[in-house]
Design a protein around this ligand. Structure first.
Ligand code: PLP
Length: 405
């Protein structure tokens, strides 16, 4: 038999969140070593629990969830989703314009497959959640990255976004609140992005999976609520807000001039039916989950675990010579800067591997988030405050003598 090669469609597709550094950690674990994981936004292993009423609902619904659902999703789930997004000010949300998926991940892929012809361009933030870039590439498109500016609390650089629009640009992606920076966008910047979309006739994909994970009394604004005249696809789900990433439960809401998107929706309908439907037990708990939005909120307020962990991580990172971090305002990620000159770093993946091997702590390098230079890394601050402080002391110790070249 000949050697089996992967499809050339995968050439150029990168997804470093589960890449080489993680593989190295896997090898170390297999050899019996213990690794502190600051690399993945999966709350369950860190002692966070799905709210009890949601778990109870899942148990009750399990026996009623054996069959396929409609491809777009269980109707009661879509009704609850429609009500949630109408409440956030998005006009005219109808159950027909909602699709449920096995997490947002599946839907990100579906939306790109349904939209893009070879060479079509999509504007994507840098840094990004890398599934966006990977999905655009896999669909034959070209991910064109606009800069989010660290000097402006990681807000999108509108001038850069404008400069990168070409005749092939089909859409603008925003990730708000943002992974990996933890930024939450205000009304002014969102209006400017909406204006750009209007000016160039572009659609907007807004990934809002962290919209209920805000700190500092901030409010989340859905860009779709500001531009009912622009075709928007809003992404959301239960993985993060309900601490149940393993249930695989996400959705999209299409809003705006839907008559202009008939053809695109036919594409989405076809792809949705080709995978038959999303996991039905997970869909069945969406109404209960969206009725229980308060359970996890205390975690993000002063005294709450995630809030305190954010305080600890920012304080310790900013006290380490050669590191600095912009305070994240949402979710559980931060994206510290590392002084590459001081440590002679030219390869941030090597930095992550060197640190992993020396201290058994797993981080993801910034270039894994489509950030162009080797001067950042991402930390997931889900472990306890004590574990984070200990990990950062190890980073301080490691950096005290680290010189890459
Ligand atoms: N979008 C962003 C910005 C994320 O950070 C993640 C997961 O980390 C996802 C989407 C995927 O979420 P899901 O679990 O719904 O597939």
């Amino acid at each position: 038999m000949l050697r089996i090669k992967k499809s050339s469609k995968l050439n150029g597709v990168a997804y470093e969140v589960r890449g080489r550094v993680v593989a190295q950690a896997g090898e170390m674990e297999a050899a019996g070593e213990k690794i502190v994981k600051l690399n993945i936004g999966n709350p369950a292993p860190f002692g966070f629990e799905t709210p009890a009423p949601v778990l109870e609902a899942m148990k009750r619904r399990l026996e009623l969830s054996e069959g396929y659902s409609e491809s777009r999703g269980v109707l009661e789930a879509r009704e609850a989703i429609a009500a949630y997004h109408r409440n956030k000010g998005i006009e005219g949300v109808h159950t027909d314009c909602i699709y449920t998926g096995n997490g947002c991940s599946e839907l990100i892929n579906m939306c790109m497959q349904a939209l893009l012809d070879d060479g079509d361009e999509v504007l994507i933030p840098s840094p990004d959640y890398p599934l966006w870039t990977a999905s655009v590439t896999l669909a034959g498109g070209k991910a064109v990255h606009y800069v989010c500016d660290e000097q402006s609390d990681w807000m999108p650089d509108l001038a850069d976004m404008r400069r990168k629009i070409t005749s092939r640009t089909r859409a603008i992606v925003i990730i708000n609140p943002n992974n990996p920076t933890g930024a939450n966008y205000g009304v002014e910047i969102l209006n400017q992005i909406a204006d750009l979309a209007r000016e160039f006739g572009l659609m907007i994909f807004s990934d809002e999976i962290y919209d209920r994970l805000l700190m500092d009394n901030l409010e989340h604004i859905s860009i779709a609520s500001l531009c009912p005249d622009v075709l928007c696809v809003t992404f959301n789900g239960l993985s993060k807000s309900h601490l149940m990433a393993g249930f695989r439960c996400g959705w999209i809401v299409l809003s705006g001039p839907l008559d202009l998107a008939k053809d695109y929706r036919e594409g989405l309908d076809m792809l949705a039916s080709m995978r038959l439907c999303a996991n039905v037990p997970a869909q069945s708990i969406i109404p209960v989950a969206l009725d229980h939005l308060e359970e996890t909120r205390p975690l993000f307020q002063p005294g709450g675990r995630i809030y305190q962990q954010r305080e600890a991580i920012c304080e310790t990172i900013n006290s380490i010579d050669g590191l600095s971090v912009i305070r994240p305002r949402a979710a559980f990620y931060c994206f510290p800067r590392i002084d590459t000159q001081r440590f002679h770093i030219t390869d941030d993946e090597r930095f992550a591997i060197d640190f992993l091997k020396a201290e058994n702590i797993l981080l993801v390098q910034g270039t894994g988030f489509n950030w162009p230079s080797p001067d950042h890394f991402r930390i997931v601050f889900l472990p306890t405050e004590a574990e984070l402080r200990e990990a950062m002391e190890k980073l301080r110790r490691f950096l005290a003598s680290y010189q890459q070249n």
